[in-house]
Unconditional design. Structure first.
Length: 132
C-alpha cells in the first residue's frame, strides 16, 4: 500500500503511475546496473532516436547512473553495458552519489559552512573599493 501511495503522490521515489503505464506499454528492458536501477528502451524521440529511460531503485537522482550506463543513456554508444563486456577505464573513479546537502558535501575554504577566514587574495588582483 505504501508503494502505491508513493507512486501516486511522488515523482522522486522510483516511478510514477504514468511511467509505470508507459513502461508497460512501450518499454523493452535492456538491463540493470549494480545499484538496482533498471534501463528501458522503446519508441522514438522527436529526433528519431530510440527513447531510453531509467527507473531508479529508491530515490530518483541522476547521479546514481554509473559511467557505462551514462554513455548509453546519452547516445554515446548504441550497445548497452549489459550486452557487452564493459569494463571501466583505469582513470574512471568508482561511482559516488551526489553529496550536495549532506555532511560529506565539498565545502571550499572561505565558504560560509567552513569555520575560519577566507584565504587572502594573492597576485596582481586588487579588490575594487568605492571612491578610488
Amino acid at each position: 500500500m505504501k508503494q502505491l501511495l508513493l507512486q501516486v503522490f511522488t515523482w522522486w521515489n522510483g516511478q510514477t503511475m504514468g511511467t509505470r503505464f508507459f513502461t508497460w506499454r512501450n518499454g523493452k528492458r535492456v538491463g540493470e546496473d549494480e545499484m538496482g536501477n533498471v534501463y528501458y528502451e522503446g519508441g522514438t524521440t522527436s529526433f528519431g532516436l530510440p527513447r531510453r529511460w531509467v527507473i531508479y531503485k529508491g530515490y530518483a537522482d541522476a547521479s546514481k547512473i554509473p559511467t557505462g550506463w551514462h554513455g548509453w543513456m546519452h547516445y554515446r554508444t548504441d550497445v548497452p553495458p549489459s550486452k557487452e563486456d564493459y569494463k571501466p577505464r583505469e582513470w574512471q573513479k568508482p561511482h559516488r552519489e551526489n553529496q550536495t546537502g549532506t555532511a560529506l558535501a565539498y565545502r571550499p575554504p572561505g565558504s560560509l559552512a567552513v569555520p575560519g577566514e577566507r584565504p587572502r587574495v594573492t597576485g596582481d588582483y586588487d579588490a575594487w573599493t568605492p571612491g578610488n
